[in-house]
Design a protein around this ligand. Structure first.
Ligand code: SF4
Length: 465
């Protein structure tokens, strides 16, 4: 396994030709290590004379946990591919994929409605839409024909990748026949059906889940057998027990499997599946079931569920699941930023206030939302603080009077001629910059509230100046 740019560099052509977009091979090697570039971007190494080096380096760069692809073309769900147990040691790649279920005893209208709802669900958060990823089709009838008909309808209705769920190989086969072009994930092989399901996975060349509830030895032995039979497109389900001591056991199982994989046990280094849906079987009323499903989903988003099958599509269940996933899979090496510059909120005129904030996305969108939801027309200046929030940027020198002046000049906006008031409003947490900003810009500087939620009240009292 390669851990440093120097080790990767030894395999590269060392011509510094620049075809990869980097000036030197060493710079490219550094990007290979943090996975911000792919080895195939070095076109010279793809030439025949470097083939051996390419193959060696490609193998050495492969992540500890195998990456498994479900779906085809632009509609794929990549799972696994991690190298670390703790996010701060590098980052987690391939965020947990959420599959919401449909079942083959649904009537057609409800089925289509639910699939469309899953596909179209989205929530705007910090500059991006949070969405869900997959549809899991469960056989509840046990009837292959019925299952095939429903899988067909799902394939027709959505481009999302799918999971085919049954322990009956005949049912899985019927589903595969109508969805084989979509590279679905099979769920699941267990101790009773593994031979038939392995044959299906090999025949149709699709990924497959191995299910061995609370039996890691069996799980590992199945994974080894499947690999020997010729497929490593495997997902491991050690069972998800949603309550009490058993939940703790499940949690321990997930950690054991992932730890072994990261520490080099290739026989078990595959993505892990959690099935928080089991919370539905443990609770009678739908609200408790949704609540516990969300709790279990959150636990295994943190450690180490790469893919999940879920049931509750209530926004109060889906939103926490999406938010916690977004938090865990934000790359700690890269602050979440918006482009610096001057933004118009509403329909500002020359009389409108000019507010300053930073380009840390969470700050920017919080301020923007507090202003726009209160229908305040204004100019909002996102100063380039390298994605750091106001208080830390003032303390660390990323938000200074000179930076504010530079930001204003670069935007082409002229406070003297484009406004009637020549005034800037600084965030309360940047109050100590007031004198310096006045000196640098020649503008009047007002100090707004420390919390953007108080901007509307502050405006009522203080604007116009
Ligand atoms: Fe080096 Fe390959 Fe990049 Fe050329 S394309 S600079 S050989 S890494």
């Amino acid at each position: 396994k390669i851990n440093s740019p120097l080790e990767a560099y030894k395999f590269l052509p060392a011509t510094n030709c620049g075809e990869c977009g980097e000036q030197t091979c060493m710079a490219f090697a550094a990007h290979l290590i943090d996975r911000s570039k792919d080895l195939t971007e070095c076109t010279p190494i793809l030439e025949e004379k470097f083939r051996k080096k390419y193959e060696e380096l490609d193998a050495l760069l492969a992540p500890e946990i195998r990456e498994v692809v479900i779906g085809v073309g632009d509609n794929v769900a990549n799972i696994g591919g991690d190298d670390v147990l703790y996010r701060h040691k590098l980052t987690f790649f391939n965020q947990t994929k959420f599959a919401y279920d449909v079942w083959d005893t649904m009537d057609e209208k409800d089925l289509i409605e639910r699939v469309k709802y899953i596909q179209d669900f989205k929530k705007f958060y910090v500059g991006n839409f949070l969405t869900v990823d997959m549809v899991a089709v469960r056989s509840t009838s046990g009837d292959p024909e019925k299952f095939a008909a429903v899988v067909s309808k799902v394939v027709e209705t959505t481009h999302l990748p799918i999971i085919l769920c049954s322990f009956d190989p005949e049912v899985l086969k019927a589903g595969l026949e109508v969805s084989k072009d979509r590279n679905p994930l099979l769920y699941a092989a267990n101790k009773d059906n593994w031979k038939e399901v392995a044959d299906l996975a090999l025949e149709y060349d699709v990924p497959v889940t191995l299910f061995a509830p609370n039996d890691l030895d069996l799980l590992k032995s199945m994974a080894k057998t499947f690999a020997e039979m010729g497929t490593e497109k495997l997902v491991l389900d050690p069972g998800t027990f949603p309550t009490g001591k058993q939940l703790r056991q499940t949690f321990n199982n997930f950690i054991k499997v992932r730890r072994a994989g990261i520490e080099g046990d290739r026989e078990i280094a595959y993505p892990i599946m959690a099935v928080p849906f089991t919370a539905w079987m443990a609770h009678d009323d739908p609200v408790s079931a949704s609540y516990w499903e969300t709790v279990v989903a959150s636990v295994f988003t943190i450690k180490y569920g790469d893919i999940m099958i879920l049931h509750s599509t209530e926004p109060y269940a889906m939103l926490p699941e999406l938010h916690i996933r977004d938090t865990i899979y934000t790359d700690p090496r890269k602050p979440v930023m918006v482009d610096p510059g001057m933004y118009e909120v509403g329909e500002p005129t020359a009389d409108s206030p000019v507010l300053v904030t930073t380009n840390f996305a969470l700050t920017y969108y919080t301020v923007e939302s507090d202003i726009s939801s209160n229908k305040i027309d204004c100019y909002l200046w996102a100063i380039d603080t390298e994605g750091i929030g106001v208080e830390a940027a003032v303390a660390g020198g990323q938000l200074t009077a000179a930076k504010i002046k530079k930001g204003i000049e670069e935007s082409g906006f002229n406070l003297q001629t484009d406004t009637t008031h020549n005034t800037i409003i600084l965030p309360g947490l940047a109050a100590r910059l007031q004198g310096d900003v006045e000196d640098e810009t020649g503008a009047n500087v007002m100090i707004g509230p420390a919390d953007s939620g108080r901007i509307p009240g502050w405006m009522e009292k203080n604007w116009p100046p």
